[in-house]
Write a protein of this length. Structure first.
Length: 185
């Protein structure tokens, strides 16, 4: 007679493998969550920098004011930076997109955090035909849903129209704004 050899896993072996796998996943999950937030921040800041560079370039190329802002239902610049953000030619400085004005670009923000724009009392940014910022300088801060300032990011728009990302200059793990203060969410 032939002896049949079992070729499967015993229940005990299966349980041990599942416990080891679950332990490894639990150890890796916090790092993975932080990695996802970091990548999301980089993506949002990259999109915003691209939008502002594009708007500045078109202001110079078209010899007209270009406005960047979220729009309210009437087509005027709104205050909700967590909705779609638009760049459009605004030769009359009306801060309103109408059918006669050209929409240049639209970006949609991510669901993983919120954007906070600071441009004194304005809810928009404008570029002159020279490429300089038409309104006061400002910034846009992205805060993750967790509110963790170490995962926050900010783009800073200078009066010259240049856009840069806030950096962690004092190595405390939190980027500093244009005044050297740590970002807060």
């Amino acid at each position: 007679m032939f002896a049949h050899k079992n070729r499967g896993f015993s229940l005990l072996e299966l349980i041990i493998v599942v416990v080891i796998a679950a332990t490894l996943v639990n150890m890796a999950l916090p790092s993975f969550t932080s990695f996802i937030s970091s990548q999301e921040r980089k993506g949002v800041l990259h999109d915003l920098m691209g939008m502002f560079a594009f708007a500045r370039q078109h202001a110079v190329m078209n010899g007209a004011i270009v406005t960047v802002c979220p729009l309210d239902p009437s087509g005027a610049c709104g205050k909700d930076w967590n909705s779609d953000i638009h760049a459009f030619l605004d030769p009359d400085n009306a801060r309103k997109l109408t059918t006669s004005r050209a929409l240049l670009r639209t970006i949609s923000p991510t669901d993983g955090g919120q954007l906070i724009a600071r441009s004194l009392n304005r809810s928009f940014f404008q570029f002159r035909p020279t490429g300089f910022i038409h309104s006061d300088l400002g910034n846009i801060t992205w805060c993750p849903e967790s509110g963790d300032a170490s995962l926050a990011g900010q783009i800073i728009i200078s009066r010259g129209g240049r856009v840069r990302v806030a950096r962690d200059t004092d190595n405390d793990g939190i980027p500093e704004d244009s005044k050297g203060q740590p970002l807060s969410c």
